[in-house]
Write a protein that binds this ligand. Structure first.
Ligand SMILES: Cc1ncc(C[n+]2csc(CCOP(=O)(O)OP(=O)(O)O)c2C)c(N)n1
Length: 326
């Protein structure tokens, strides 16, 4: 994409950069807290993939729905969920976004139409089709955006969801974030195609494929798919190529890839890319440093909030399982 030129364009990129930096700093703090044993369960970081979530979600309206995977921190922050409530959720505290019941993989916020955080690989894709069906049935004009990895594109629910979305022309945008590894399995060992979006052809729906290194480019492409869905012209399957800089989860040392490979992808870090574009379009380094300091403080406040928040009482796990007072 061309360099941002007007004041509006550069301010817009600064806002997208702010969101990506918030995700990066939030996750660095999560990793630290996890290593100190303060966070239990699984924790899958999104570091390296930020331009995909931020770019895609910035193409949405408030009424639209988002369905995510267990790698959901970045999507939730990009949607504007409260970092304090998210950090407290990682800590399993009562003040967490789902009251400490879900943890890292199950962020959820109905007020923001953020419909999870799902731990079953691919299972959420047919749920997303169901949400898009609800929008069509209610005629509420909303679009559902569903994120998943290339590993999930080999799961039955992906194909079922895509078929239903196709025959009912559902307002669904399916974004495959291809980070080239499903846990330790490289894509060439598990995926029959080089580009997941070609699977759209089998279902006679629209498709797109882009590199996910540039946040504004991601938004531009996702917007086309979102507008198509909103016009009632059906779903789109997109592959956005990306890379995770950390292991699959916090417990993965990622020995299945070389340091050289990692370094090569780090050259295309979407944050560095956006920073360069901002500097070239007139922002001063000091302004970006100040922004980083503000974000770091914000993240520290979230950690502090999580640390000081109350633990859920014993028996809390049984709450919210069945409806009460019916
Ligand atoms: C149905 C199911 N099978 C296996 C797992 C274990 N598992 C968790 S993540 C993962 C890899 C998924 O890779 P991909 O879809 O490419 O997404 P990524 O983690 O790379 O974002 C697997 C196999 C699971 N959670 N659910």
């Amino acid at each position: 994409m061309s360099q941002p030129k007007t004041k509006k364009e550069t301010e817009d990129l600064l806002e997208l950069y702010r969101q990506m930096l918030l995700i990066r700093r939030f996750e660095e703090a999560s990793a630290k807290a996890y290593s100190m044993g303060k966070i239990g369960g699984f924790c899958h970081l999104y570091i390296g993939q930020e331009a995909v979530g931020v770019g895609a979600i910035s193409a949405l309206e408030e009424k639209d729905y988002i369905v995510s995977t267990y790698r959901d921190h970045g999507h939730a922050l990009a949607r504007g969920l409260d970092p304090k409530a998210l950090m407290a959720e990682l800590y399993g505290k009562k003040t967490g976004i789902v009251h400490g019941n879900g943890g890292s993989m199950h962020f959820f916020d109905k007020a923001k139409n953020f419909m999870g955080g799902h731990g079953i690989v691919g299972g959420h894709i047919s749920l997303a089709a169901g949400m898009a069906y609800a929008s069509k049935y209610r005629n509420d004009g909303a679009v559902t955006l569903c994120f998943f990895g290339e590993g999930a594109a080999n799961i039955g629910s992906f194909h079922e969801g895509m078929n239903l979305a196709a025959i009912w022309k559902l307002p669904l945008v399916m974004i495959c974030e291809n980070n080239h590894y499903a846990m330790g399995t490289p894509e060439y060992r598990a995926l029959s195609v080089k580009d997941v979006s070609v699977r759209a052809i089998a279902y006679d729906i629209a498709r797109d494929h882009i590199e996910g290194d540039e946040v504004r480019k991601v938004r531009e492409h996702v917007k086309v798919a979102v507008e198509r869905a909103r016009r009632g012209e059906g779903p789109t399957l997109m592959e956005i190529s990306t890379y995770r800089f950390r292991g699959h989860s916090m417990s993965d040392p990622a020995k299945y890839r070389t340091k050289e490979e990692l370094e090569k992808y780090k050259q295309g870090d979407p944050l560095i890319r956006a920073e360069k574009d901002l500097l070239n379009s007139g922002w001063a380094q000091e302004e970006l440093t100040k922004l980083d300091e503000t974000i770091l403080k914000h993240v520290e406040d979230s950690v502090d909030f999580a640390e000081k928040s109350e633990e859920p009482p014993l028996g809390w796990l049984y709450k919210h399982v069945y409806a009460e007072n019916v």
